[in-house]
Structures are given as C-alpha cells and as structure tokens.
Design a protein. Structure first.
Length: 935
C-alpha cells in the first residue's frame, strides 16, 4: 500500500487553484532560448556539492523511417563516441577523472517516443566541472562527430547488446507488436531495431536522422543541484546560443495515434525459454490531451488509478495466499497502452503460476475479481484506508521537504518537458490534497472505474504468452474471447472487507531493563540490556522522518541440518508471506495503515537479521513488529501451501531453461557435488514439513543475547529507552554463543566447464573467476574495488570497443572473509560464439597485463576519484552509517575513519601486487555455455 503514495506523487503532481489552473513550483526556473531550447534549473543541496545534468529529447524510435530501424538507439551510443569538444572517448575519460562513473553516473536511454541523456553526481567543487558538463549537453544537442570509423566500430557493440537482451520476453514483445498495434506506426517501433539495418546502414543515414530530429525545439535540459541558478542560466544562454533554430520547414514531431478496435484483438504466443504463462487484458481508452493535464479531474482520475491498483491487488493477493489458487499473482495498472503514449489502457495482468499452470483457470480467477468490483464496486472502508494512508504519507513528506534528493526533482522536470506533467511545490500539493481528499468517496472511484470500459466491449486487447512445451495447452483466440464473455455474464457476490480486531501480539511483553548506557568519543550510544542484547545508536539529522534499525546475529543457514540447507530460500519465502503475531500478511497491511514502520526478517548463509525503518512517531510499532518477528512468526498454512504450489510450478517450468542450467553448472564447478549445492526440486517440495521450517526459523532467533541492534536516524533517546526495555529486553536469551560454519568453499584447482546448450538466440555465456588465498582487511577491500574498476575500464576498451565482442563486461574484484579469506576477480558477459575464444583471451590478458606491468595510473586515479566522491555523498546518508555499524560488528573496524587517507595511500604498484598474487598463487575457473553449431 505504501507504493500508492509514490505513484500518486509521480503521476499526479499538480496544485489546482481553479478548475483549469495550477501553480508551478517557484523554486525551479524554467525558460526557453530564442532557438527553442527549453531549460530547467533548480538549486538543491541534497547531496551537497553535487549537480545533475540531463538533456531530454522528444524523439525516439517512432521517428525512424523504414531504413532507419534501430538508428535512434544507435545514435544514443554514438553520443559517447566523439563530439566536437570531446573527441573520441574524451567525454567519458574526462568525466571519469572527476569521479563520474560510466554506467553508474553517466548514461542514457532510448525509448519509443523519447531519448534522455544524464550526467549524475557531478562534483561542483571541481574547477571547470560545471562548464564542461554544460558543454557536453551542448555537444549532445548539436555537435556529435558521427565519423564513419566510429560508426563502424559501434555496430558490433549494438549487435551484442541485442544478443544480450534478446530474451524470451523481448522476443514475445517483438512478435506481439504487429498484432496488438495493428494499423499504427507502433507496429514496428521497438528501440533495439533491426539488426540487418544496424549492421549495414550507410553512415549518412544516421547523420540524416540526427540533423532532422536532434534540434532545440525538441530538446530540454535539466540542471539540478548545489549550483547558483542565476549563474547557470547565464551560462546556458551563452553556451547554447550558437545552436541554430530549426528551419521553417523542419519535420513535424507527430504523436502517432493508435486506432480503436471494435472486436477484441487477441495475440497468442509461445517461447521455449519463457518460465510461466501470463495473460494480459488491455482495456484501451483515450489519453488526456497534453494541454489538459492541469484539470481537476485529471488529478483526481490519477488518484483513482492508483487506489484501484492497490485495492485490486489486495483482493487478488488474498486469493493467491490460499491453496489451489487460480493464479500466482494478478494486478491491474493504468498507463500507456504498451509502448504508445497516445493511447491509455487499464491492463489486467495475471500470472498463471498455479499448481498446473492452467491458463483458463488463472484468467477466469483474475477476471472474476475485476468484474466483481465492476458489478459491486470497492467498499468505503477500503477507500477510507487508502485515503488515510495517503494523507499521512503526504504530510510526513513535509517533514523532510528540505532534504529531498536532486534526482527526484530531475525526474519530475524531465517528465514535465516530455509529457507536460505538472511540477508544483510540495507544500501546494499537500495543501490541495488535505482540502480535496476528505471530500472524495468511493462512489466517485467506482463510477470512474466503470467509465473506462466501453459498453459495447470495444478497445479490448488480449495477450497470452506461454512456455513452449508438450504439457501446456494453449487456448485459441476465440477461447480467450469466450472466457471474457463467460465471466462478464456471471452474477458475482460482493467483496467482503474483513478486518481483524485481535491484538497484534499474542502476549503482553514483560519488560526487562537497561543494564548499562555509555556514550563513546565518536558519539555512539552503547546500551546493554538485561537479556544480553547489545544496542548501538547513532543520532543523526540527515532526515527528520527516518530511523533505521537492524538486529544481527551469527549463525544463519550454515547451522541448519545439512539436509535442510537447500530449503533455505523456501524458509525465507515462508517468512515473507506469513505475517507476525496474530495477523497474517493481509491483516497486517490493513491494521498498520497510515503507520510508517516496516520490518523484514531474513536468514543468510552466515547470519540472521531483522531490519526495518520507521518514522520517529511510529517507533513503538516498529519494535512491536520486531518483538513479534523474534517470537511469533504467524503460522499460516494456507499461505504456505499456496507458496509451495507456486514454487513447484516455477521449479518444474524452470528446470530445463538455459539460465537454470547455467547457474547449476556454475555452482557445481565452483563447489562440487555436495549436499550444500543440492537445489530444491518440484518433486521433493511436498515432503517439506511446514512445522519443521517454523521450528528452524524460531531456533535462529531463539537467543536474543546473540544479537546486536544498530539504530541510526532521528532518534529521541527518552522515547527509545522504554521500547527497548519492553520489546527487546523482554526477549528470551540462553547465552549460547553461535558462530557460522563454512559450508560453501571453492574447490582448489584450476578448471573449466564448457558445454553446449540450445538457446533461441545464439550466444556464449561466460564467467571467468580467479581466486587466491589473501588476508582480509578494509585496505584490501578498497584495492579490490579499484582493481575491479580498472578492469572494467580496460575490458570496455579491449572487448567492447576494439573487438566489438560484448555490450557490457561485468568485471568485479573482492576481498572475502567468509567462508575463507580470499581475493577474487570475477568477469561475466555474453558474446557471439564466434567471438568466444577472442573475448576469453582478452579477459585473461587484461588481468595478466595488470599483474605483470601494473594498471594504468590514470585508471586508478579515476577509481580513487569515484570512491572518494561516493564516500563524501554517503556521509549524510543514514543507510551508510548503518553499514558502517554493521561492518564494525562484523570486523571490529570503523571504516568511516581515515577513509580518504587509505584510498589515497593505495598506489598502482599496490594494485599490481594484489593482481599478481591472484594470478600467480591462485586458481582460474571458467564456466562457458554456448549454443551448439553457432561457431
């Protein structure tokens, strides 16, 4: 339910004074240059000394001509391969030198109707950084190099991106478009394009697209951060003034329509690599005009959309939690009709992940709940809960109105430019909703819902996608139409909104005591409770409305009986669907409406933990929930049976999929055939005893004295102490100290596992792992991080750019302490089977070159800048300090101290020695899955 608020804020950001008027937030400066370029500028200090630079284009794949399919996306790639002021890879190189990491901070995306480029987290204190980023935006707008040589070199990269992303879902989308978008330009508009065109188009064709569509009247730049607004505006006027205005005969930017359909359109498709059947019903309706989005009704309709999404999900979640459920999940959403902005749709999606994957059963079950609310409506009590939750959430946001992240403002302004979504101030928006929400009722929502559906069943589109196998019977197009009409004709009983009145906790806790309380020189408050629980508190003012809490103890899944280890993931899933105390999961959602206090309990391989967050006013509820998570996991046999049903189907369908086979092969190659590498299988799930799983969970949390609790945020100690005494000090303890035991150790020795596996898209999936015994400490962790970044830069150059053999090479390095102290390098990517040997040789050569000759000093300097920049930003984040406290609990080291000194002390020679130890004293393991006959 908490998602409803964020969705409303995303889609409904508007303040109404009169029926057709809204007020733009005065904190953002919006202007337009004489050449038509729009700009948005806002000063914001979260994070401090950082700025975000975006350029949004109102063009995408839909603007491509038939001989240009894929060129909008190709052009996005070329923006990083040479501009007037940043030749070659100079743009990336410069930004990496100031700590802006390619991929993480520097990126772009191409969609059907838009293309957006971003430079995030730019350090504003670096001399010239702001001017340089403005110059980059300028070049992206008008001055890409687009040389023949650079275009030729990028073809292979994009082909490899297609290869990496051409999975079953992508193939189904490609097959679906000509059917569900028939009669519109969207029939063939997926951004990745046509690979035959991508590999063979004339370079001038790309330049033609660029000059035709990348022009200032279709471009908006957004700059938000710790900057001077007046200064930035003057720089924009100066730097962008040389970009010419579009010609009078410039191509019109058309928003292409999607035709209505009188009879239902049905798509039925299958793919052997899909995991489960999915059915989606689209109920199309007209999109609001761009210039009508400031109306009162537009705002209220968007609110209704998000309430309907939440309430329908509540109904279907309750059904999915019962044995023999007709579906795994079902939900509705409102938004663009698939990829078209010019047509909206209510989309009902159902996963037929029931015990037998029955498409008819799942479809009927989900449709019934939709027609139930069409016939009888949602209830006033449901509406009241969502209204209350939204009002509380909105007013909570005001408490941190000055601490909102710059990235959030950027997103709002990009959407304003591209889609004309309004941009009010938070204060105005909250004032509007405080006035308007109490006047709304469920009748208005129900009337709105029924208005979406045409009386004569026009504009219905049905899409069925399913695994291709011998056991699953696919329906015909007429079957799906008949199912719809069958359910529509049923007379259904109204939904009954049941709310539990039981006390949350089965028993009132008997409070313990605080035995000691001290404050150390770093400001941490250290508390010991009468049952042995240790509590560490760091009070911060980073956010007024946030407290983070985490309880951790050693042990984890490693201490489970060996035959139960493979069911560890089931144990965690069981906890996730069951609830706490006297309340199941659904009842908890209703009981704690409007209360911002959530927890999650989990058991990893070597420790168990309970983590949560809350508003300061709701801290009592958080500790009530934590108390229940320790002592009272809710026993919900129906939810567990439904979970097992879904899991059995998932395991059965996924057993022979390439991704599953590869993961199993990787695990067995690393660790061998042991009881700890056995996987759950569908056949054995019925043998799992629910009571035994509950017992194992309780054992992991039975001894409170093993736990250390860290608390970070806007903590009031006078409020906190009684809750610690009542809900934590009351927990039982046995003082039985536990430690995790090592279970999954990598088998010594170098080896390779290379095998063939049929896949729809020919490719080789490659993992190369190097590992060696190595002392674990924080300095070595930082060296490993730098090595990983240096390898990523190197492989981007050699494997991606020079060889064109991969789209993305995931290189990482780590220093591990559990189950053994080791240093590792892991490289994973996909490639054309014909490039497999070359790519793997470049992986080996890259690490060997660093080990023998050392990394490029410039690459290590880039890694250092990135680490130091992230560190500075982290210092004002509660989650970072929670990590610092967790690290100290694990290793006895405060990593917040001397961080910069340690980073700056590491040299390229240190990295060389680190890599040399891995290469000379360690082992190499390679696991490669390749398509047969593809070489």
């Amino acid at each position: 339910m908490k998602n409803v608020l964020s969705l409303v804020l995303l889609f409904c950001s508007i303040f109404i004074i009169q029926a057709q008027d809204f007020v733009q937030d005065k904190a953002v400066r919006v202007g337009k240059l004489d050449n038509g370029l729009t700009y948005y500028i806002r000063h914001n200090q979260e994070p401090k000394e950082r700025a975000f630079f975006y350029i949004a284009q109102k063009v995408g794949a839909i603007q491509e001509d038939a001989d240009q399919r894929g060129l909008a996306h190709f052009l996005e790639h070329m923006a990083f391969n040479g501009t007037k002021n940043f030749p070659g890879t100079g743009l990336r190189s410069y930004l990496e030198k100031i700590g802006v990491k390619f991929g993480a901070d520097l990126n772009a995306y191409t969609a059907v109707d838009e293309t957006v480029y971003n430079i995030d987290n730019v350090p504003t204190t670096v001399n010239g950084a702001i001017d340089s980023c403005l110059l980059i935006l300028h070049d992206w707008s008008h001055d890409l190099t687009l040389s023949d040589k650079d275009i030729e070199e990028e073809r292979g990269v994009i082909h490899e991106e297609w290869r990496a992303r051409n999975n079953a879902s992508q193939r189904m989308n490609e097959a679906m478009m000509p059917v569900i978008m028939a009669g519109s330009k969207y029939e063939d508009a997926m951004p990745i394009g046509n690979m035959d065109i991508v590999m063979h188009f004339e370079p001038q064709t790309l330049r033609n697209y660029y000059t035709k569509w990348y022009r200032p009247d279709l471009q908006g730049i957004v700059i938000v951060g710790d900057i001077d607004v007046d200064e930035i505006e003057e720089k924009i006027k100066t730097i962008f003034a040389d970009i010419p205005a579009p010609r009078k005969d410039a191509a019109e930017r058309i928003y292409y329509p999607v035709p209505d359909n009188k009879e239902p359109i049905v798509f039925i498709g299958s793919d052997q690599e899909l995991l489960s059947p999915t059915v989606t019903f689209y109920f199309k309706y007209d999109a609001p005009a761009r210039d009508k989005k400031n109306s009162r009704q537009y705002l209220i309709n968007n609110l209704y959309n998000n309430f309907i999404y939440g309430m329908y999900h509540d109904h279907t979640r309750d059904i999915a939690q019962k044995p023999n459920a007709p579906f795994g999940f079902a939900f509705v959403r409102f938004g663009d009709f698939f990829i078209a902005k010019t047509k909206k749709a209510l989309a009902l999606t159902v996963s037929c992940l029931s015990a037998n994957g029955d498409i008819e059963k799942g479809t009927v079950g989900a449709l019934r709940e939709l027609f139930r609310v069409r016939q009888h409506g949602f209830t006033q009590t449901e509406f009241d809960r969502y209204r209350h939750d939204m009002l509380v959430g909105l007013n909570n946001l005001l408490k941190d109105k000055d601490k909102r992240q710059s990235s959030r403002f950027v997103d709002e302004y990009v959407r304003n430019f591209l889609d004309n979504e309004p941009i009010p101030s938070l204060e105005d928006e909250v004032a509007f909703w405080n006035e308007t929400l109490p006047k709304l009722n469920v009748d208005g929502l129900n009337d709105y819902l029924n208005s979406i559906f045409a009386a004569d069943d026009r504009n219905i589109v049905i899409a069925v996608t399913a695994p291709q196998n011998d056991t699953l019977k696919l329906p015909s197009q007429q079957d799906m139409i008949d199912l719809y009409h069958k359910v529509k004709a049923e007379k259904l009983e109204p939904y009954i909104d049941q709310v539990s009145n039981l006390p949350f906790l089965p028993a009132e806790p008997k409070a313990g005591k605080i035995v000691s309380e001290t404050t150390d020189k770093d400001g941490y408050v250290n508390i010991v409770l009468s049952n042995g629980v240790k509590v560490i508190i760091k009070k911060t003012d980073f956010k007024n409305d946030e407290i983070l809490v985490q309880a951790m103890a050693y042990g984890g899944l490693s201490l489970l009986p060996v035959e139960m280890y493979k069911y560890g993931s089931l144990l965690n899933m069981m906890v996730g669907v069951s609830g706490w105390g006297n309340y199941n999961f659904s009842d908890m959602e209703k009981k704690f409406i409007g209360i911002n206090a959530d927890i999650n309990a989990g058991i990893s391989e070597n420790y168990q933990s309970i983590a949560g967050s809350c508003s300061p006013k709701d801290i009592k509820t958080l500790f009530e929930k934590m108390h229940a998570a320790f002592l009272y996991p809710h026993k919900d046999e129906n939810a567990f049976t439904a979970l097992v049903d879904r899991l059995k189907r998932s395991l059965k369908d996924g057993k022979d999929k390439p991704s599953t086979i590869y993961a199993d092969s990787l695990s067995r190659t690393l660790y061998g055939d042991t009881p700890y590498t056995e996987k759950m299988d569908a056949e054995n799930l019925d043998k799992v005893d629910y009571d035994q799983l509950l017992k194992l969970y309780k054992e992991r949390f039975a001894d409170a004295s093993n736990f250390t609790i860290s608390i970070v945020g806007n903590v009031d100690m006078d409020s906190l102490r009684p809750h610690l005494e009542k809900y934590i000090a009351s927990l039982p303890s046995t003082n039985k100290k536990e430690v995790a035991k090592p279970v999954l150790k990598i088998i010594p020795g170098s080896r390779s596992c290379i095998f063939e596996q049929e896949e729809e898209t020919p490719k080789s999936t490659i993992t190369v792992l190097y590992h060696a015994d190595h002392t674990f400490d924080f300095r070595n962790q930082l060296m490993a991080s730098m090595l990983g970044q240096a390898l990523t830069i190197l492989y981007t150059k050699t494997i991606r750019e020079e060889a064109g053999a991969a789209y993305s090479v995931g290189a990482s390095s780590s220093a591990e302490y559990y189950p053994e102290e080791k240093a590792m390098v892991k490289v994973r990517f996909t490639t054309n089977p014909k490039s497999q040997e070359l790519a793997v040789s470049l992986v080996d050569k890259g690490l060997q070159d660093i080990a023998s000759e050392g990394p490029e000093k410039a690459d290590i300097d880039k890694a250092k800048e990135y680490l130091l920049k992230v560190y500075q930003s982290n210092l004002t984040l509660n989650r970072y300090w929670q990590y610092v406290m967790s690290y100290q609990w694990n290793h006895g080291v405060d990593i917040s101290k001397d961080y910069a000194a340690i980073v700056n002390d590491i040299t390229a020679k240190d990295i060389q020695q680190f890599a040399r130890n891995i290469m000379e004293n360690g082992d190499r393991i390679a696991v490669i899955m390749t398509t047969p006959g593809a070489k």
